[in-house]
Design a protein around this ligand. Structure first.
Ligand code: NOJ
Length: 530
């Protein structure tokens, strides 16, 4: 583990910049605000921050609709602010990653403006344009994220353009070499400024079947449960072989700048397809996101089974990773409840591999109900019940009117339930969620085996999930009770004797453990075995 790189040992903290800290009082978080709060990250003990997009954007999808890849949107600050933030992060020993949105641009991007201007425009082929199908409708049956046709009609030039997200997010044509080079150059621009890597947005959507073959129906589709686009199997417009090749080329671009820059990839795919993005011989994305803790069932046996299957599916040298929350999903504390959110934190920070921690989850923030008329996320309108605002609300820093986030009116409400969970309220409370995170993060730093050591499942039943993390001179037992009832861990051949190094119940901290291990409902411990 001595030679593991920073992103293998470290914990990556995901910042949604609009909601982290507002420096200028306009109610929207920005880069100077974030710079002023960097000490929170070093105090907490994370290693890197990844920022959701900060580039110029009409904000139809709050930055995931980029109109200029090489600048900073004025709502977040300036290019100089970004340089200052990067220098300040590096000065504190933090790495910094940007979000890169290669699948689509904003319709306001000059490339699309040119492309849609006429069929003869030299940039026409930079996007995916097609004539209507034989019956006069869309060229084929592909669906976009919100469940209707993935083809948008352009009256002026009499063709359809392909877009998997909003009308204002046209897909780039990644089969065009000009697109490839221009987009690779946007990576180089930021790498040359010192950025430590990128999270790649919507990676599997990059390339579409050249013959536009129709997708088959999904026999397992659950109406009302699954997102509407899932009624098809996206066989021909998702995870194409060319996309995997492009991922390897992105990696080569990043490697031009040394061997310690990293690519994280957003891959909403079955596990076997996700792990293919490590690439042959590890030449692909280093961190293809593993979303099982976000989307899978929350019970001990399901998680134990998944962890085993995932670790077994990793290619040689493939480094595991775990995502627990993000700006597209309900907050973990709302999904599993506040008590289990503590268990989830311990799981995230003790499983083998790189944890990705979403801002505010260290406080146990819950989803903030946003009335339909106040919704900001376009998805709230387009797919009722699926709006993402509730998990994107401002970080509560203190008990002030603007929760220490803004001196103005926050762009989304802080939420009455989240106000008492502020950093100031939790910082010195030995029993708080924040203290639990800090303790676990400190333990990871002191205990190389927790970050990168061996992993051995321990046989357990019912609601208990248990495993060992081992390394030279280190042996840790992690025991998690995923249910509300007291449980006992009886492990043949393993006599847990040792000391509690981290516990969801602070009263248990540093207490000796001998013989069998008893856990209260929703309780979890990390035991240093003697
Ligand atoms: C995934 C991002 O995480 C999400 O927020 C965004 O809306 C889509 N990709 C489109 O860029």
């Amino acid at each position: 583990m001595g030679d593991a790189t920073w992103w293998q040992r470290g914990v990556i903290y995901h910042v949604y910049p609009r909601s982290f800290m507002d420096g200028d009082g306009d109610g929207v978080g920005d880069l100077p605000g974030l710079l002023g709060r960097l000490d929170h990250l070093t105090w907490l003990g994370v290693d890197a921050l990844w920022l959701s997009p900060v580039h110029p954007s009409p904000m139809a999808d709050f930055g995931y609709d980029v109109s200029d890849y090489l600048d900073v949107d004025p709502v977040f600050g300036t290019l100089e602010d970004l340089d200052r933030l990067l220098a300040a992060a590096h000065g504190r020993g933090l790495r910094m990653l940007l979000d890169w949105v290669p699948n689509h641009t904003s319709d306001r991007h000059p490339w699309f403006q040119e492309s849609r201007s006429s069929r003869e425009d030299p940039r026409r082929d930079w996007y995916v344009w097609r004539d209507p199908g034989p019956g006069g409708g869309p060229p084929n049956n592909w669906l976009r994220y919100i469940g209707d046709s993935a083809w948008g009609w352009d009256e002026r030039t009499g063709q359809y353009y392909y877009r998997v997200f909003l009308d204002s997010q046209p897909d780039l044509n990644w089969r065009n070499p000009g697109v490839q080079e221009a987009m690779f150059d946007t990576l180089r621009f930021w790498l040359a400024r010192g950025v430590d890597g990128f999270r790649i947005d919507a990676l599997p959507s990059l390339v579409e079947d050249e013959r536009l073959r129709d997708n088959p129906p999904n026999p397992d589709y659950r109406p009302g449960v699954d997102l509407p686009y899932l009624r098809q199997l996206p066989v021909w417009n998702n995870d194409q072989p060319e996309t995997r090749e492009l991922a390897a080329r992105m990696r080569k671009v990043v490697d031009e700048f040394g061997d310690d820059r990293v690519l994280l990839g957003e891959l909403v795919l079955p596990m076997e397809q996700t792990v293919a993005y490590y690439g042959p011989d590890g030449g692909g994305i280093q961190v293809p996101f593993n979303f099982e803790l976000v989307s899978g069932a929350w019970d001990a046996r399901s998680i134990a089974g998944y962890v085993d299957r995932y670790l077994a599916a990793l290619p040689a040298g493939g480094w595991p990773n775990w995502v627990l929350g993000n700006h597209d999903s309900p907050r973990v504390a709302s999904r599993v409840g506040p008590a289990q959110a503590r268990v989830a934190a311990m799981l995230l920070l003790t499983l083998p591999g790189t944890p990705i921690l979403y801002y505010g989850d260290e406080l146990g923030l819950t989803d903030v109900p946003i009335p339909a008329e106040q919704a900001r996320d376009p998805i709230a309108r387009l797919v009722p019940g699926r709006g993402r605002d509730p998990a994107r609300t401002p970080m509560p820093w203190d008990g002030g009117l603007g929760a220490g986030f803004t001196s103005g009116r926050p762009w989304l409400p802080v939420g009455e339930a989240n106000r008492p969970l502020s950093v100031a309220a939790q910082r010195d409370d030995p029993g708080s969620m924040l203290t639990l995170h800090r303790r676990l993060l400190r333990l990871r730093r002191q205990a190389p085996a927790l970050a990168g050591g061996g992993y051995e499942p321990v046989e357990a039943d019912g609601d208990v999930l248990a495993y060992l993390r081992t390394g030279p001179g280190e042996r840790w037992l992690v025991a998690l009770n995923l249910g509300p009832h007291p449980a006992r861990l009886a492990v043949p051949g393993l006599e847990p004797t040792g000391r509690v190094a981290a516990a969801t119940d602070p009263a248990r901290q540093d207490r000796p453990v001998a013989g069998e291990l008893r856990l209260a409902g929703d309780e979890s411990v990390v035991v240093a075995l003697g």
